[in-house]
Design a protein around this ligand. Sequence first.
Ligand code: 13P
Ligand code: SF4
Length: 319
Amino acid sequence: PKSRQELKDRIKILLREKDAVLVAHYYVSAELQELAAETGGFTSDSLDMARFGNEHPASTLVVAGVRFMGETAKILNPEKKVLMPDLDATCSLDLGCPAEDFATFCDEHPERTVVVYANTSAEVKARSDWVVTSSIAEKVVRHLHEKGEKILWAPDKYLGDYVRQQTGADLISWDGACVVHEEFKAEALKQMRLDIPDAGVLVHPESPREVIEQADVVGSTTQIIKAAKELPNKRFIVATDRGIFHKMRQAAPGKEFVPAPIAGETVECIACAHCPWMAMNGLQNLAHTLETGENEIHVDPETGRRARVAVERMLEFSR
Ligand code: 13P
Ligand code: SF4
């Protein structure tokens, strides 16, 4: 077995040899995020990951994140090879929204514009009119609402509820949730805010409504990091995956970040503020996929073509 440093050195060589670039999410380990930075790759939220992969000239994209991120990269870049350290790295939102059941839901509401969160399979995206990420969900739905359109939303019920509330749109939602963000506890957060009254509260919109309601800033991972830098507070309570603390500390040195409470006194959390699927990305399996070309993402070309229309609509809208 190689040391961590040997593995990193090997990965750097392989990235060059294979004309590959590493695109990582903020929830993967600090080690992988640093490796992306050191090799000309990129770490970001899911919207900017898609954009970066789409614009980068490398012929291979290595996506350190979860499966829907790899699939989005492939949908946008069918001519590129897309690799992932572990193809079983999925997402509870994706798992909770099977394409066939989703198609039935859409068929029941043919008059509605179908807006799906990026945290879904390529098949679900292919059935949608729009794909959105947390960073632009509100803007897109507001735009559609102003045009008089009614929305069918999937799969995250909390994000759907938040967007409905913010925009006043007529929106019906699929009943899905993120196992990580659903764990944040509103009552315990109230107590924590009393204990640290000067702390700003930053919340990802996959969290329950009563948690979102206590936020100073609600946003995607990139937007949360930006807020940590720009708000005057010296301390923040953060309701999202703890992988984000690495970039937050870099972006706002000297500030203090406290994880939002995930459990009451007697209740155990399931995911404990860290996504179990993001945690499947490591140095060993990253080196392996680069070495062997295994763990390639494939998307059926016809599905990909249909999904691409909805994903490109998002990229175009956010330009
Ligand atoms: P972002 O688009 O905010 O990075 O969110 C992706 C995600 O999976 C959050 O749990
Ligand atoms: Fe999915 Fe939640 Fe993990 Fe994000 S943190 S990938 S939404 S399970």
